[in-house]
Write a new protein. Structure first.
Length: 191
């Protein structure tokens, strides 16, 4: 049976097993089989970051809870109950400060992901996945040579994009092959 291909299309050969069935990482990530096998998470281009909508919802939730503390303090003043006044005031201040800390942390996380998005996307789109040997490679050997496991690829890509601190615990012990510099822009960075 003859296989038809698009004119000018070039098959990419895996340097590990020599098969011609390698597909780009973006293609593999949206495949239903990859999602079922957890491969789409293992090849994720960036860590999930809370959206602006999530930040707004968390702010509103926090302010509503702080409002309950203010209402409790106000009730203590009206009914001459100092315990309610002190407790409600402390609760309101604690919830207000906690809300601000959470919302600012989410904003910093979102900014960090946005800052590294272009570098991570460039590495993600240039990589190929071979299902025969379950490895990721770049044709032509740039930005790295040889084969990487999906975990090594994720660690390499996320560290290059500046997401090294967001790597899950399961990837902390993943070692990259010698000669691959990790860090934003290819600088040595120990993650």
């Amino acid at each position: 049976m003859a296989t038809e291909s698009a004119p000018g299309a070039v098959e990419v050969i895996c340097p590990g097993c020599g098969s011609a069935g390698a597909r780009t990482v973006p293609e593999v990530s949206v495949d239903h089989t990859a999602m079922r096998d957890g491969l789409s998470d293992r090849l994720a281009p960036s860590p999930g970051a809370p959206s602006r909508f999530d930040g707004c919802v968390h702010f509103v939730e926090g302010m509503l809870m702080a409002g309950i503390g203010v209402a409790l303090a106000y009730s203590g003043i009206d009914n001459d109950k100092p315990l309610y006044t002190i407790g409600g005031s402390l609760l309101a201040v604690l919830l207000f400060v906690g809300t601000i800390v959470v919302v600012r942390g989410e904003g910093r996380e979102r900014a960090r992901v946005e800052a590294g998005e272009s570098r991570a996307d460039a590495l993600w789109r240039s990589a190929y996945y071979c299902s025969g040997c379950a490895s990721v490679f770049c044709p032509g050997g740039t930005p790295w040579q040889g084969l990487l496991t999906p975990e090594q690829f994720k660690k390499f890509m996320w560290t290059e994009a500046g997401y090294g601190k967001q790597l899950e615990e399961q990837f902390k012990d993943v070692d990259l092959p010698p000669g691959i510099l990790t860090g934003p822009g290819g600088t040595q960075d120990h993650v």
